[in-house]
Design a protein around this ligand. Structure first.
Ligand code: 9WN
Length: 434
């Protein structure tokens, strides 16, 4: 990309982040997502570190101020200044204030991938200062509590991995990976007549999860809410899955915490040990030697789900992933299913292009997302594949340079889809350009 094009792109990204800043956090999008979202804030902080490190720390601080007593970091922190009905499901539906250990702020009761420790480390590394050390000191015990929550309360499978109890916890809501595990969730599309979906007032329904998906999302929240979001009887929840993305992020977080511990005067040793155990568990439980792929484990059937989605490539972010699995992930990524190459002819899709249920327009069922490309880009650099990393970076930046800071992109044409001013797209492209 020419220097001039890169400068234009940088300016667009900075303007987008500025426009989405809201007092003490950044909204993912003014129209679709007007509150604070957990993993969005981590990605956003990585981008803000390049232009406003003070805001990067503020972003993380605001999110972790809404952490629950048990260590969970909620996937949404609601902005109390906004009228009820600006997002569905909103604070009334989640009703978090009645749950034990909930914070003062209204939040959801579920989590998202724990990418925050890695983000905090990147922010500090990008802009080290007395303020960043202070920020790390404040965050460190909270990040440790987040890990403790996931590794202790969420290890329903007993194999050393965290499970998710809702597709929203994966961040890739309607991925084909969840079709099997969701099929058993009792819900009818008619349930959604009782609610007004906010998303399809702002985005084409054909690009979003279906009404049946939403009916199931709502049914799962209702089941978890009914037990006060307590995790002592998780096995009774209707959706229980070990996700490769969530668990790879969990392992990377321990690596990042080992580094952060070094800065704040804590012992890095236990973090390194935990990181090694998570990687081992991920390989033991989610890698299928027959197909050479990582796939989510449905704890209700104790089987790996059949769909080969982009989730299977994300374990590459683990620096200690064994060579055999690195080779297998690269083979899958470079196959016609995902088309990774040193010169990519099309953007990285979120689902296997050759699968019959690949849908180029529908959200996480095919379209290309910048956060996923960015994670894989980092993994490729970690595992010394500068050729493929350069190809992916070029493809990612080109997508945004042509289409703008869209939420997601058509995986063939590169056309922008979803929100046109999406924060993590702006933030991560800033990081990729640096
Ligand atoms: C539900 C905010 C979030 C992202 C998720 C993305 C989408 C919400 C929704 O938006 O999810 O949490 O309403 O569809 O799937 O990854 O964090 O950007």
């Amino acid at each position: 990309m020419s220097a001039e094009r890169a400068a234009l792109l940088r300016r667009l990204a900075v303007t987008t982040l500025q426009a989405n800043w809201e007092h003490d956090h950044t909204v993912p999008s003014r129209t679709l997502y007007p509150h604070q979202w957990s993993w969005d804030s981590a990605f956003i902080a990585v981008g803000l570190a390049h232009v406003r490190p003070d805001r990067a720390w503020r972003e993380l601080r605001t999110l972790f101020s809404a952490q629950w007593a048990d260590g969970r970091v909620p996937h949404i922190v609601f902005n109390p200044a906004l009228p009820v009905g600006t997002y569905f499901p909103g604070p009334v539906f989640w009703d978090s204030s009645r749950a034990a250990g909930a914070p003062a702020a209204a939040t959801s009761g579920i989590v998202q991938p724990p990418v925050h420790a890695a983000a905090a480390w990147l922010v500090h590394r990008r802009a080290p200062s007395e303020a960043s050390v202070q920020a790390l000191r404040w965050l460190y015990p909270r990040l440790v509590a987040q890990q403790r929550y996931l590794t202790r309360r969420r290890d329903v499978g007993g194999g050393g991995l965290a499970c998710i109890v809702h597709p929203w916890e994966s961040g890739v809501d309607n991925s084909p990976a969840w079709d099997g595990p969701l099929a058993g969730v009792p819900a009818e599309a008619a349930v959604m007549r009782a609610y007004r979906r906010h998303d399809i007032a702002h985005a084409a329904a054909a690009h979003r999860p279906t009404d049946l998906d939403y009916a199931r999302y709502v049914a799962i929240v209702a089941a978890y809410r009914a037990v006060g979001y307590r995790d002592d009887r998780l096995a009774e929840q209707p959706f229980l899955v070990e996700c490769p993305l969530v668990n790879a992020a969990l392992g990377v977080a321990e690596h990042a915490l080992a580094r952060i511990a070094g800065v704040v005067g804590a012992d890095p040793g236990p973090h390194r040990d935990r990181a090694a155990r998570i990687t081992e568990a991920l390989v033991a439980r989610l890698f299928d030697p027959a197909t050479g792929t990582f796939r989510p484990r449905d704890l209700r059937t104790d089987r790996l789900v059949p769909a080969r989605t982009v989730l299977g490539l994300i374990p590459l972010i683990l620096p200690d992933l064994p060579a055999r699995q690195v080779g297998a992930v690269l083979a899958e990524a470079c196959s016609p299913r995902f088309g990774l190459a040193a010169r990519m002819d099309r953007p990285l899709p979120t689902h296997d292009r050759t699968a019959p249920d690949f849908e180029p327009l529908r959200y996480w069922r095919g379209p290309s997302w910048v956060n996923i490309a960015w994670l894989l880009w980092r993994g490729l650099r970690t595992h010394h594949r500068p050729d493929l990393a350069a190809g992916l970076r070029e493809s990612m930046c080109d997508l945004v340079a042509r289409g703008g800071c869209h939420e997601y992109f058509h995986p063939d044409t590169g056309a922008g889809l979803g929100s046109p001013a999406f924060s993590w797209t702006a933030a991560l492209v800033l990081d990729a350009l640096a």
